[in-house]
Design a protein. Structure first.
Length: 566
């Protein structure tokens, strides 16, 4: 135990063990605060184990687990309440002590201390706080109410953050339910994309122009559109801050800005994207390059990657693989091309019922499956991809794989302005109830789409089911009614295993199968031509002409006593 004294009443330590508690008791510590989540590391003592031994020594314990990169003002307020109520002296601990001292420093700012003084005290205690202001400047501004001088540009009865699939569809659904609603959408994007089409563009089955519309063409009539970026949420005040240094106030807030493609998490990747044979269907401007590379490759090695979950559309990395391999097979080139699928996870697909059909195509295309391979570096000029994996003894190692074509699915996370906000959970996602989609801490905030923390597939099909739930529950809330509409985790992944056939995976929470059509029409566990027809021709029209217009085709909300699929 590395115990550091910040002042006479507050101490910080790295990970405690049961053997440390006698020493802690001898020093007169009366309260312990754990800021480290359980199971963060193998053989880490749990909070319950520490608490049981501490109780024998008449030491109180409190649990406030956080992740350093997502510490927000709500975490700080909760920590401050624990400190004010705790019997001193107090010892807070995490893996290294950094999270605990950061929470203490921010709580001192909340109580009115000068941040420069806090930095000096933390440095004196043995911590490097040189990045305190740059890392937590936004949190400090929230805690000190520094945004109060910014003008409130607009009051919004219903405010939607994000003009993607979720935001536009939700605004349209609300307007169809109540045309008089005053709705505002905040999004700085000028174009709206049909993202499920990117895979087809990367296979030459759809053009880029078919996947994009100008934002003003899809914005529902009567909805006020503010073309700006959000920088901070102030949910305690029912306000948010825009990048143009104005505030918006709201009565009800719906948060759906999508997620962040974290290209920077892979060393060297950003520098080589779009050249040197490195591509990704996750960017609309690169999907045509994928198709170019597929057509140009006559022999060599094609590597397709998938990072750790969660990601947008878990099947998308495989779709690129299958359609590329199908093209090479049809051209008689597959015997000259080595196809590899490097997956950071341990399974081909998360719902076991769909795996047999997919494995048939893995065998058909002679794909080398490599599980537990996480892409960490790309050297585009040398055409080398580096993966973090483990050896036969389970020890971490890296391995280099040469490539001629590299299709990358990037690591993904919530946007930064979500991750460092009071709306986020420890992992940085908007923290909502998985059924009502209402925020767990702020009763006038809802979340939907890719940015929320519910255990579902992040797909446009999921959004199609979430929108009616939020629309119904928000309007019920306006009338002080109980939130009855429920989201049951539906998501769909049309896995394009070859040109002309799709495995239509539809499932909800806990992998429960939720097929839309009778099995006699379409067996989602098998590749079908009807699935391909839906994927390529029907679903794009459903998206542009129905979903974004507020028509909820086969997507009505689940309520008590109703069937799963109304």
């Amino acid at each position: 135990m590395n115990l550091k004294s910040v002042n006479e009443n507050f101490f910080v330590a790295d990970q405690l063990t049961l053997d440390d508690l006698d020493t802690i008791a001898a020093k007169g510590i009366r309260t312990l605060i754990c800021n480290r989540p359980d199971s963060e590391q193998v053989r880490q003592p749990t909070f319950a184990e520490i608490s049981e031994r501490a109780a024998e020594l008449h030491i109180s314990t409190r649990y406030l687990p956080v992740v350093h990169d997502t510490i927000n003002s709500l975490n700080v307020r909760n920590f401050n309440e624990l400190l004010l109520a705790a019997e001193a002296p107090v010892l807070a601990w995490c893996r290294s002590g950094l999270r605990s001292i950061t929470l203490w420093g921010l709580s001192r700012v909340l109580q009115g201390d000068n941040s420069a003084t806090v930095v000096a005290q933390a440095n004196a205690a043995g911590f490097d706080f040189s990045g305190f202001h740059s890392k937590f400047g936004g949190v400090i501004a929230e805690l000190t109410n520094s945004f109060s001088s910014l003008p409130v540009a607009r009051h919004c009865p219903v405010l939607i953050v994000g003009g993607g699939a979720a935001g536009i569809a939700l605004a349209a659904s609300l307007k169809r339910r109540n045309a008089e609603l005053d709705i505002t959408i905040v999004d700085f994007a000028t174009h709206h994309y049909y993202q499920p089409g990117f895979t087809l563009v990367g296979a030459g089955e759809m053009t880029s122009r078919q996947t994009v519309r100008a934002m003003d063409q899809v914005m529902p009539k009567g909805v006020h559109w503010i073309k700006a970026a959000v920088t901070h949420f102030l949910p305690e005040l029912s306000q948010l801050v825009l990048a143009n240094n104005t505030r918006l106030s709201y009565e009800r807030l719906c948060v759906c800005p999508g997620l962040k493609l974290n290209w920077a998490a892979v060393a060297g990747l950003q520098e080589t994207l779009g050249k040197n044979g490195v591509t990704s269907n996750y960017l609309p401007e690169l999907a045509p390059y994928t198709w170019q590379l597929v057509q140009d490759l006559k022999q060599g090695r094609a590597v397709f990657t998938q990072p750790a979950m969660p990601i947008k559309c878990a099947g998308a990395p495989q779709k690129a693989l299958y359609l590329s391999a199908d093209y090479w097979q049809r051209q008689g080139l597959l015997k000259k091309i080595s196809v590899e699928f490097c997956n950071a996870g341990a399974v081909l697909f998360g719902v076991k019922e769909f795996v047999p059909a997919l494995l048939n195509y893995i065998e058909r295309y002679q794909v080398a499956l490599k599980f537990g391979h996480n892409l960490v570096k790309v050297d585009g000029e040398r055409k080398i991809a580096t993966f973090a994996t483990t050896d036969n003894n389970g020890n971490p190692v890296t391995t280099d794989i040469n490539f001629d074509l590299l299709h990358v699915c990037p690591p993904q996370c919530a946007p930064d302005f979500i991750r460092n906000s009071p709306l986020a959970d420890r992992a940085g996602w908007v923290d909502v109830d998985k059924h009502t989609l209402l925020h767990k801490h702020f009763p006038n905030v809802w979340g939907l789409g890719d940015c929320i923390n519910v255990p579902n597939a992040k797909t446009a099909a999921a959004v199609r089911k979430q929108v009616p739930v939020v629309a119904d529950n928000l309007l019920d809330d306006m009338q002080s009614k109980q939130h009855l509409a429920r989201y049951e985790g539906y998501g769909a992944c049309p896995l394009t295993v070859e040109r002309g056939r799709v495995v239509l995976a539809e499932f909800g929470y806990n992998g429960e199968l939720q097929p839309t059509f009778p099995v006699e029409w379409l067996d989602g566990k098998e590749p079908t031509r009807l699935g391909w027809l839906l994927k390529k021709h029907v679903l794009p029209q459903v998206y542009w002409k129905l979903m974004l217009k507020g028509h909820e085709w086969l997507a009505g909300p689940v309520k008590p006593g109703s069937d799963l699929l109304p």
